[in-house]
Design a protein around this ligand. Structure first.
Ligand code: XMP
Length: 513
């Protein structure tokens, strides 16, 4: 790729991916790299149009505090430091960082110096709300720098050295709560780094198709298609690039949502690819008989998936490439270190051990989810596929608590269908990031007509999140919940009680298992 390139140096800040997404929204290509995994020589070789330092949890005076060599500021490349990144810039260049008398956290009125290129745009007023999260502050700017913003508690909320193209902000312009934050980033990218903004999905599709053709030549490519956004967009991209050299295997494990298996098949019926659907429900159910432990369920399904995929792939014989729908959030390695494993994730499309192939290709590995969606639209995929909410690899199997039976699966599919219909009717299907039903293993007493019932309790879950690492429960209007609940208990046999899950993540996770 020959796009303009901005480097984001990650110091372990919680918003590292958000910064990258905002930069891409400004049509500038960027990559996130841990600060300690890239040296000056490599930076010189990459020759970025600009460098952005993320925030981070440390203090610049802390033991093992992340740092950068002074030379990075002498390359003639514009730098923008954010939060910890701003303090680090001040510290390394001879300024002073101290602990605030009053920490600033949250929305804070901030006064901007309009002479500074970050704030010069006519849309940005002299004072507006910014999002703060810090206990240290820059108490003395380095030589050659001027203060460019302040708040009532903090005398330096931004600083700059115009001649050296070095800029720093204590607040987080990437967070939605910072008014005009994206405009400030855009000003840095366009006015300071002189980027033109050549990163669009139209260009990406064109370039990527060319690259795939060059790489694959006349070879055969195999893809595990799950019907999720990533693998569907990848199928569309590969189909445009290499047509029938591509074979997609769709393993239907039987735990898809109601009608979903047929929908996936229908969506790809008219594409110029080889499409194989394997109906393997009985096989999966057989393996899961008597299993109620969540981790065992996940592992069993993950392993069985690979076995079914391998068996099908063997029928095709030798393939040259295995395509994977890996996207950028899976690739970014945080400077903060490894997170603990809470659940063993299964991504349909995981790596089989016994398929005879030469190489893996991952044409989406540099795209964020929203970019993947845009690319899908660009390639002509249907809105339902492009806007499909995330769905876990093990499917409804991890939304049925306890042992899975055919009856429970049908109950859950029907109830989930109704919930989704009501959410869509209320026009909430794009603003809620994920919403679904969970069949608990709990039964309780109810009354229907004049009769006693003793049936299952269904839980509804709906969350709003940007990264799925943390999530808020969605404040769905009561009327919508009421309509869903009424329909579910009336229309689905064996459910007599509906609850709404109002826990955030953490401490809960999004899925129940
Ligand atoms: P949790 O439950 O960990 O879920 O808060 C976070 C997000 O990940 C999805 N999820 C999965 N996705 N394979 C996947 O591809 C999996 O095994 C898996 N388990 C959970 C979940 O739906 C949510 O969007």
């Amino acid at each position: 790729m020959t796009n303009e390139y901005v480097l984001i140096l990650d110091f372990g800040g919680q918003y590292n991916q958000l910064i990258a997404r905002r930069v891409r929204e400004c049509n500038v290509y960027c990559e996130v790299k841990p600060y300690n995994k890239i040296g000056i020589d490599e930076i010189k070789k990459l020759s970025p149009k600009g460098i952005i330092f993320t925030g981070g949890p440390q203090s610049v005076y802390g033991e093992d505090a992340p740092s950068v060599p002074k030379e990075i500021f002498e390359l003639g490349i514009p730098v923008l430091g954010i939060c910890y990144g701003s303090q680090l810039m001040a510290h390394v260049l001879g300024g002073k960082v101290e602990t605030c008398k009053v920490s600033e956290y949250g929305k804070t009125e901030t006064f901007y110096d309009k002479k500074c290129a970050l704030f010069a745009d006519a849309e940005i007023p002299e004072s507006a709300i910014s999002w703060m999260s810090h206990t240290d502050f820059i108490s003395a700017v380095p030589e050659g720098f001027s203060v460019a913003a302040h708040t009532s508690n903090c005398p330096c909320s931004a600083m700059y050295n115009e001649e050296k193209k070095l800029y720093a902000v204590q607040f987080h312009p990437e967070v939605n709560h910072t008014q005009f934050g994206v405009k400030m980033l855009d000003s840095f990218l366009k006015d300071v780094c002189c980027c033109t903004g050549d990163w669009t999905m139209e260009n990406y599709a064109e370039k990527s198709i060319k690259e795939i053709r060059e790489k694959v030549g006349s070879g055969k490519v195999l893809l595990a298609l799950s019907g999720g956004v990533d693998s569907s967009v990848l199928a569309a991209l590969l189909s445009k690039a290499i047509g029938r050299q591509l074979t997609c295997i769709f393993v239907d494990h039987g735990f898809m949502r109601k009608n979903e298996g047929d929908e996936v098949e229908a969506a790809f019926k008219d594409w110029d690819i080889n499409f194989v659907r394997v109906n393997a429900k009985e096989q999966f159910m057989g393996k899961l008989r008597g299993v109620s432990d969540p981790e065992t369920k996940r592992k069993t399904i993950g392993e069985e998936f690979i076995r079914v995929f391998e068996a099908e792939a063997k029928k095709i014989g030798h393939v040259d490439f295995l395509a994977q729908g890996t996207i950028y959030p899976d690739v970014i390695e945080s400077g903060a270190g490894d997170a603990a494993v809470i659940k063993s994730h299964h991504n349909v499309g995981g790596l089989p051990d016994h398929v005879d192939f030469k190489e893996i290709i991952e044409p989406l590995r540099m795209l964020f989810k929203d970019e993947t969606r845009k690319l899908g639209q660009e390639l002509g995929l249907s809105e339902t596929l492009v806007w499909r909410q995330p769905f876990p690899g093990p499917g409804l199997a991890i939304r049925i608590i306890g042992e899975i039976t055919d009856d429970k699966l049908e109950i859950l599919q029907d109830a989930d269908w109704i919930f989704r219909e009501e959410i869509a009717k209320a026009g909430l299907d794009r603003s809620i990031n994920q919403y679904f039903a969970v069949l608990t293993n709990n039964r309780s007493v109810g009354v229907m007509g004049d009769f006693r019932t003793y049936d299952y309790t269904l839980a509804l879950r709906a969350v709003e999140t940007t990264d799925f690492m943390t999530a808020e429960f969605s404040r769905i209007p009561y009327e919508v919940l009421e309509a869903a609940s009424r329909r579910i208990v009336n229309e689905v046999k064996n459910i007599n009680r509906v609850c709404y899950d109002i826990t955030t993540k953490p401490p809960a996770t999004i899925e129940w298992e």
